[in-house]
Write a new protein. Structure first.
Length: 460
């Protein structure tokens, strides 16, 4: 039996320590993971001695269809990088050892995330992690560093994942039967699960802040301290996978889907700030009424100008758009306001804590793509010298502002027409993710929903 990993051990795990752990038998499995288009971790469990012998220095391979399938892992047409005509070749999973960590909720397990490369070791451009890294590099050229925090909500059920599947996701039993927003009693009902997730993520090297109840039945949120943009995205995808694994181990299930039912959806508010290379608070200016520097104003103005045409990176699924309901705490208006939760962009904090919150993404968002879009929009705002409109005061739901696109079809249309998307991400990435959207739209349009049956079976 593998030695138990102490919860206090955390990332970054040094390669030298991993070697010792493998030789002592403490670690017997190394998970090598990559993030796919849908924001899911995919990869391999490598036998630890073989990891030391081979994978450590050479990485491992995987079929390039991992970035060219739908949610069900069906091979689909329209992707330039992967098809039956090209033979579905391999790509390299090149480990990034800055991400090496213990996975305490799995016995004898460590994990490392990998970048995707072609066999000639050049970048696979549509890889979400590579897309984000390129935008971070663009900011670095401006002597700026992005810091990000993501706030993921999820709904917990007493049913197992298998039971939920077998029941067609109907009549599931939520872990709480009433609104438990900030309720200590409500969170204590599922503290066994919440505590296991918090301690597990702490042991995996994440700085856990808190857990709280949310509005929907059985809905909760675990918050983590912000860090640099790439690390936040890495931790985000590990957390999502780990939370599901821990819930499954306890005979429960949870979902991050944007809108599970007609009540409140699962959001993923993304907080972003930029600082100088020496940690200067370049977004703050105490002389400004809102505390904003000219750089910050232009950076935020870029969000408002380009958010609609990049909504595909914030709301990637058919279900994503069901969140955007007036009065639901999900935004519908492209406005910004100081501590105003009715706006798409909410400004909070001051000085070093000054940041803006993008409230458009839901729990189904791919964090790499969303962060990349926010950084790209901010850079454009600075480069174009955009002026920030006055802060909106009041209820943005009833404003005459441009609206968040209401469907995936509309977002795909805006994405396809956008010259900006092609300029900042390249034609290959633009076409790749447009095809992803079109595949989802086509699949949904062919499906028959329960709503249609109830409306039409007898009464039509």
């Amino acid at each position: 039996m593998s030695a138990k990993i102490n919860q206090s051990e955390s990332a970054p795990l040094k390669v030298s320590q991993l070697e010792q752990d493998i030789k002592s038998g403490k670690i017997d499995t190394v998970v090598v993971g990559i993030t796919d288009m849908q924001g899911r971790l995919q990869g391999k469990r490598v036998h630890a001695p073989f990891f030391l012998k081979d994978t450590l220095n050479h990485g491992t391979e995987g079929c390039n269809y991992l970035l060219a399938v739908d949610v069900d892992m069906n091979t689909v047409a329209g992707y330039a990088m992967s098809s039956w005509d090209s033979g579905y070749g391999d790509m390299v999973m090149a480990p990034d050892y800055d991400t090496l960590r213990y996975i305490p909720w799995l016995p004898g397990t460590a994990m490392v995330l990998a970048d995707l490369q072609k066999l000639d070791h050049t970048d696979v451009n549509p890889s979400p992690r590579q897309i984000l890294k390129k935008q971070i590099d663009r900011l670095k050229e401006m002597k700026l560093v992005p810091y990000v925090g993501t706030e993921l909500e999820f709904i917990v059920f007493k049913d197992t994942f298998e039971e939920a599947w077998d029941n067609g996701y109907k009549d599931l039993i939520p872990a709480n039967q009433y609104n438990v927003d900030y309720s200590l009693l409500g969170t204590s009902r599922v503290e066994g699960l919440l505590r296991a997730i918090r301690l597990g993520m702490d042991g995996a090297g994440m700085e856990v802040e808190s857990a709280k109840g949310e509005c929907n039945l059985g809905q909760h949120e675990i918050a983590f301290r912000f860090t640099n943009a790439l690390t936040t995205a890495d931790q985000h995808v590990i957390y999502k996978l780990g939370a599901k694994e821990i819930a499954s181990d306890q005979g429960m299930s949870l979902t991050f889907m944007a809108k599970f039912n007609e009540r409140e959806g699962n959001s993923c508010h993304i907080h972003l700030s930029v600082r100088g290379l020496n940690d200067e608070a370049v977004m703050a200016d105490d002389k400004d009424p809102q505390g904003l520097s000219e750089l910050a104003k232009s950076f935020m103005a870029g969000q408002l100008k380009y958010m609609r045409e990049m909504t595909l990176f914030f709301a990637p699924n058919i279900n994503s758009y069901k969140r955007y309901v007036e009065g639901s705490f999900a935004p519908t208006a492209m406005k910004w306001g100081r501590d105003n939760r009715t706006c798409a962009i909410r400004l909070v904090g001051k000085g070093h804590s000054l940041r803006f919150e993008n409230r458009v993404p839901g729990g189904d968002v791919n964090p790499y793509l969303a962060e990349a879009a926010m950084i790209a929009a901010g850079i454009a705002g600075v480069e174009e010298g955009l002026k920030l409109e006055p802060a909106f005061e009041g209820n943005a739901y009833v404003s005459d502002a441009p609206r968040v696109p209401s469907t995936l079809e509309k977002s795909a249309e805006l994405w396809a027409q956008s010259q900006f998307v092609e300029k900042v991400f390249g034609a290959e990435v633009k076409q790749h993710y447009l095809n992803m959207a079109n595949i989802e739209i086509a699949a949904f349009n062919k499906s028959i929903t329960d709503w249609e049956r109830f409306r039409s079976f007898e009464r039509m």
